[in-house]
Structure formats: C-alpha cells, structure tokens
Design a protein around this ligand. Structure first.
Ligand code: HAM
Length: 420
C-alpha cells in the first residue's frame, strides 16, 4: 500500500503550536476589540444550504463553493463566508430582535480558490456586523473596531490604511455616463477584477454585459479619479453618495482614525450584495492583499426573503494579517514567554517538583512540569526552546536545603525560592 501523504489536503491548514501562537494573538485581538466596541458574539453551523449561498450569486465566491449532497439528497455546502448565514439568522428572528444589533463571530470559511499568497482554501474570518442602522455611524463603528483589533495585534497605526469608496457614488457616475442601472452590478464585479486580470479582459466582460465602446471608455475613466473633491466635481454638488463619504471622513476625525482612512475609487468589492460605502484595508506598503473588507448591504435581507433592513459589516481574515505582522515584526514575534518550567534530577525529587508545581499553579502561574527525571543539560535545552520565561531545576541538595533557584531564561537572573 502506498504511504499516505502527511500534508493536509491542498489549501487546508494544520496549526502546529507555533502557528497557534499567531492564531491566538489574532483571535484574542479580534475578540477583545469586538467586545470593547459592544458587539455580541454569535456562531452558526459551518454547513449551509447551497440554495441560501446561491441566492446572491453572480460573483466569484459562489463559483468557489465546496458543495455536496448528504445521504438524504440535500444540497449542502461549506460556508464560503458568514454574511448569508447571518442574514438568515436575523431574518428568522426579525420580529423579536431589537435593532440595531451589533454581532460578531470568528467563522471558519472554505473557498475553492486558486492558491496564491494570502489565499487558502480554508480561513478564519472575524465578522463584525451592524444590522438595522441606516446612518454612517454604523460604518465608522465597524471600521474603528477593526482598526483597534489591528493595533491590539501589534500593528503600528501607520502600517495600514482603510481604502474607502461608495458603490452609490459609482452608480451616480455610471448613470451620468448613460450606463443603465441594470448593468451596474455586473460593471462593479468586472471593475473589481482590476489588477487581477488585464484591462482588456475587463473590457471583454463589459462588452459581454452589453456596454458599447464609449461606455467602456467612460467606465475606465471613472477609475482615474484620485480624490474625493475630483469625484465630487463629477458627481455634482447635491450628490448623496459624496455627502455620505464626507460625513464618514468627519466622523473618522472624532474617532481619531482619520489618518488611517483614504478615499479610493478603485475599491469596489467582489460581492454583489454591497449597496453603499465599501472599504478594504491594506498594508501601507501594498505588499499584500486586503487585510479586511466590508461595506453596506441594505438589500441582502430582502434577497433571502426577510424584511427590508439596512446592514453594514466586514470580514477580516486571519491569513493576510499574519503575513503582514510577520513581515513587520518578525517570524517569532508572537512567541511571548510566560510561566515556569520545572524539572528534577532523580526520582527522589519528583514529589518536591510536583508539590512546587501545584503551589505555583494554585497561585495562577503557568507551569510546564517535567514528566520524568532529566539531566540538567537536557532540561535547560528543552526549557530554552519552549515558551516558559523561567525555569526551576531541583536536585538532591535543593530538597535537603528546602529551597531552589528560579532562573529567568533570557536574563539568566536567579532568585531563591522555598520548596513547599
Ligand atoms: P471578503 O472580502 O470576501 O468579504 O472576505 C473578507 C476577508 O476574508 C478578506 O479581506 C480576507 O482577509 C479574508 N479571505 C477571504 N477569502 C480568503 C481566502 N481564500 N484565504 C484567506 N483569506 C481570505 C466577505 O467575505 C464578506 N462576507 C465580509 C462582510 C461581512 N461583509 C459584510 N459583512
């Protein structure tokens, strides 16, 4: 029989202890920031009905769904994202919830994607969503919460930028260019591919959508807009989309994050349910893919059969952010040492070591107790390679004296402690 591969299926992920250091750092920051902003945790099944996920079809994500039939013939899928599930859960309790609701989840998602840097077939995503709020107070709240999570992970404030646009602005501008509203969703999805496929391929998509050459040229011209003032000039003084963007930037000042936000007409988003402000965060050096992305999706609840309900949210994946953090802080930055390793020379010291471990654990310390006797060299080399900050090695003389030395592994400083 051929030997089995020890690798996980392509694109799926194993997390060894050193990977868990990074994962926990990210998850802890996500949960702390979400709670600090008053979001309530929720969770849901990883397996969804294929029909729900396909309701909002038309974009790449629905082509990337892992789907299967269960033993009763149900068409099911591993969720590629959390938003349709969230919409379903809200719709199920629409009459009973007090809006706006602010919910968060750390969701494992699966997408059969082409594997590139920052893209796996399995990832975890912080989802922060506010359902039932029309004003841009919702947008700024989710953006600020995500920015706070990044900072809690150790990302310097100048190392990332949240690029902001408004699909309603693009719609206004496309209207002015004579491109009918029915074409807008397809135009958005085509323009979102900019940078990922050649412009000529995007032009082909637009042609397939029925746009003529003049309309295609005008569409590309829109993407050359660089500032909000330029966009305002094109959209006109009374543009509601511009007014919303300006309000968002004003609120960003109040939140103290105005230097982390910038207007970027090229941010469109690859999901068709967004209706208003959309945003994506990138590392300032633009070496990596988007760290998080989201926007307003006021029609999703009705698309799945719920009551009309405004909504804003974002998805913040664990893959790209760890790559960015490693690049900025170093591969091993997550390995903060804490706790104490305890070892002993001979079976006669085992009980003394165990009693000490119990005393320290009762006092709330993390203790990695050796499970058998060890020579000092072996003990200290394991302790140095491990995650404990301190080490205590107990020999026969220590037990006789009733004390042992607690050694700080980095500074090599020693303090004498009593043995219980
Ligand atoms: P998304 O832009 O498709 O949005 O994904 C959000 C984030 O998830 C991305 O910025 C990235 O960090 C991460 N991500 C997505 N796909 C992968 C992948 N294959 N490998 C690694 N990381 C990935 C959504 O999913 C929306 N549902 C977000 C949202 C929530 N909008 C409103 N509420």
């Amino acid at each position: 029989m051929a030997t089995l591969s020890f690798e996980p299926p392509r694109g799926m992920r194993d997390f060894y202890p050193e990977d868990m250091l990074w994962r926990n750092r990210v998850f802890d920051a996500w949960r702390q920031a979400a709670s600090a902003f008053g979001f309530q945790p929720y969770d849901a099944c990883v397996v969804e009905s294929l029909e729900l996920l396909q309701r909002k079809s038309g974009e790449e994500v629905s082509e990337q769904i892992y789907h299967f039939e269960d033993k009763s013939g149900r068409q099911l899928a591993l969720r590629p994202e959390m938003t349709p599930t969230l919409a379903r859960m809200i719709a199920a309790r629409q009459g009973r919830l007090t809006f706006p609701v602010k919910w968060f989840a750390v969701a494992q998602c699966f997408r059969y994607e082409r594997m590139t840097r920052g893209r796996k077939r399995e990832h975890y995503q912080l989802n922060l969503d506010i359902i039932g709020e029309e004003s841009v107070s919702a947008e700024i709240e989710v953006m600020a919460a995500a920015a706070t999570a990044l900072e809690k992970m150790g990302m310097p404030a100048d190392a990332f930028r949240i690029h902001v646009n408004n699909r309603a602005l693009l719609s206004e501008l496309l209207d002015k260019s004579g491109i009918a509203a029915a074409h807008h969703p397809a135009v958005f999805l085509a323009l979102d591919k900019r940078g990922k496929i050649p412009d000529e391929a995007i032009a082909t998509l637009l042609r397939e959508e029925g746009l003529d050459e003049t309309a295609i040229a005008k569409t590309f011209e829109l993407l050359a807009v660089e500032t909000l003032d330029q966009a305002a000039e094109m959209a006109g003084a009374d543009s509601p989309a511009i007014a919303r963007l300006r309000e968002l930037f004003t609120l960003a000042k109040v939140y103290g994050i105005e230097d982390r936000l910038l207007f970027d007409i090229a941010v469109i988003r690859g999901l068709s349910y967004y209706t208003g402000i959309v945003f994506e965060a990138f590392d300032t050096a633009r070496k990596f893919r988007a760290i998080f992305g989201g926007g307003r999706y006021d029609n999703l609840l009705t698309t799945i059969g719920g009551d009309p309900t405004p909504a804003v949210g974002l998805g913040f994946g664990d893959v790209v952010v760890v790559e960015v953090l490693k690049d900025l802080l170093g591969e091993t930055a997550a390995a903060e040492r804490n706790g104490v390793a305890i070892g002993y020379m001979a079976p006669e010291q085992r009980e003394a070591a165990m009693r000490l471990a119990k005393t320290l654990r009762d006092a709330g310390e993390t203790v990695d107790l050796s499970l058998g006797k060890q020579k000092p060299k072996a003990f200290f080399s394991r302790a140095n390679a491990g995650t404990c900050a301190d080490a205590i090695y107990i020999g026969p003389d220590d037990v006789t004296r009733g004390t042992a030395k607690r050694k700080h592994l980095d500074t090599r400083e020693e303090t004498e402690i009593p043995l219980p």
